[in-house]
Ligand binder design. Structure first.
Ligand SMILES: C[S@@+](CC[C@H](N)C(=O)[O-])C[C@H]1O[C@@H](n2cnc3c(N)ncnc32)[C@H](O)[C@@H]1O
Length: 447
């Protein structure tokens, strides 16, 4: 058993859903111990090596960092040591400075040059339980003092407390991937220490794997066929693959493959790729992208991309597929909010397209295979309008699954939580700021 801490991307609920599905599919989830809008703490059902942690992070679209938990503090101690208002309690500060975990994280510091940094992840509740900036700086200082007292030759910490680029009023208290890479914080004895605040505790963990933003950007920008207007984000593609239950070695179908972003993500996880698109340019673009990726990685990618209509997927694909994941055609690319009637007309049309596609998929998907897809949410002057899932599934073999299943949260007392979870949810939004056609994610199967 291993206790792991996962740091979520922007869309915390979808990230949490993805994490649960990933771990449950692999029989790895023993217990979800705690969560906040920033991350989750999980006990695995078997020991997990560092290499496994790197693979888990690489497969998840919604997890920025994965870390090993090494200590848990009750929130009250932190409230007293770094109060949001008023003065700190000396006893609480002294208690904190003890660090029984120092050896576990840094080994024997004597004679070593150590670089580290504390990244704080606030609980995002209405009222901050502690003064996060003071906490981050305080922890960095205390650790430095302890390491030097224990004979470290050098102990330097990295801080990143500049304002957030997206929201200048917010101060960043966590380190970004490029800072972690630049200062080699994942290489022992160096460390990035995560302090994740939830509504009951503060979890301290050592980061093992971080989202490689530079590699992702390189792939996005260097692939030969780029179609910014239609492309799905690679992170969303990874989330869809996880929700569809796709595993290395599986054959994946994307019946609306566009520029092939999802199939590239599948290929990166050693999956076999089948793609369909009605547009010949998209077909040759996806082929070029997959050939480029294979050359870049120095591996052979198994793929078959064909021009055709997703509604006839069963006539185009002649073998069984293990999982189906896709962002379908989402209707016209609107620049302004629509009127309700026009949006409704499009939604009806798309519902028919998706229903026919799902019927065709039913004929080629493995009996226990799953489907994960996005659906459009169109913003109109009168409110949002989206696909009625019941209508979409009429006459198909599929049902919609709950994304945050109740049994996973049974040990967490939700009644006391400010940030609670609706365990009946079958649709989760995947919002992109500024777009008129937003998306949501669903997971389907035969029940
Ligand atoms: C939103 S894009 C997919 C984007 C893709 N996930 C990517 O990252 O590039 C939808 C794609 O569906 C294709 N399409 C539209 N109607 C189709 C149909 N009936 N059958 C197959 N493909 C279709 C479009 O040509 C477009 O490339």
């Amino acid at each position: 058993m291993t206790d792991l801490v996962f740091i979520f991307g922007k869309n915390w609920m979808l990230s949490l859903a993805e994490l649960i599905v990933y771990l449950e599919d692999r029989g790895l989830l023993r217990e979800l111990k705690d969560y906040s809008k920033m991350g989750a703490v999980v006990t695995t059902s078997r020991p997990v090596k560092d290499g496994d942690i790197i693979d888990i992070q690489g497969a998840l679209g919604g997890c920025f960092k994965v870390a090993r938990l090494f200590h848990t503090y009750p929130l009250l101690l932190l409230k007293d040591a770094f109060p949001n208002k008023g003065t700190a309690k000396r006893a609480a500060r002294n208690n904190l400075e003890d660090f029984p975990w120092l050896h576990e994280v840094f080994g024997k510091p004597r004679g070593k040059k150590i670089t580290y940094g504390v990244s704080t992840y606030p609980s995002q509740t209405r009222e901050a339980p502690a003064h996060y900036l003071h906490f981050t700086r305080g922890m960095n200082e205390y650790i430095k003092k302890q390491l030097l007292e224990k004979g470290a030759k050098k102990a330097d910490y990295i801080v990143y407390d500049k304002p957030d680029q997206r929201n200048p009023r917010r101060i960043n208290t966590s380190l970004w991937p490029h800072t972690i890479a630049k200062h080699k914080l994942l290489k022992r004895p160096n460390a990035e220490i995560l302090a994740v605040f939830t509504e009951s505790s503060v979890y301290l963990a050592r980061t093992i794997a971080v989202y490689d933003s530079m590699l992702q950007q390189y792939r996005d920008e260097s692939r030969p066929f780029i179609s910014a207007e239609i492309s799905t984000s690679p992170k969303v593609c990874r989330t869809l693959l996880t929700l569809a239950g796709a595993k290395p070695g599986d054959t994946i179908l994307d019946p609306f493959c566009g520029s092939g972003t999802l199939l590239m993500e599948a290929a990166l996880q050693d999956m076999n790729c089948i793609g369909i698109d009605i547009d010949g340019n998209a077909v040759s673009g996806t082929q070029r992208n997959l050939i480029w990726l294979g050359k870049d990685l120095g591996v052979h990618i198994n793929f078959s991309i064909q021009k055709g209509d997703a509604r006839e997927a069963d006539k185009i694909v002649h073998s069984q597929v293990d999982a189906v994941a896709f962002e379908p055609h989402l209707g016209p690319l609107f620049r302004k909010r629509q009127n309700w009637d026009e949006a409704e007309r499009i939604i009806v049309e798309l519902t028919l397209l998706y229903r026919a596609t799902l019927k065709a998929i039913g004929k080629i998907l493995r009996p226990d295979g799953r489907i994960a897809m996005t659906i459009p949410v169109i913003l109109t002057h009168k409110g949002d309008i989206s696909i009625d899932i019941k209508q979409m599934l009429k006459g198909t073999e599929f049902e919609v699954y709950k994304l945050l299943p109740h049994h996973v949260f049974s040990k967490i007392d939700m009644s006391k939580r400010e940030i609670d979870i609706n365990t009946n949810r079958t649709i989760l939004p995947e919002r992109k700021r500024g777009q008129i056609v937003q998306r949501a994610v669903v997971m389907l199967g035969r029940g």
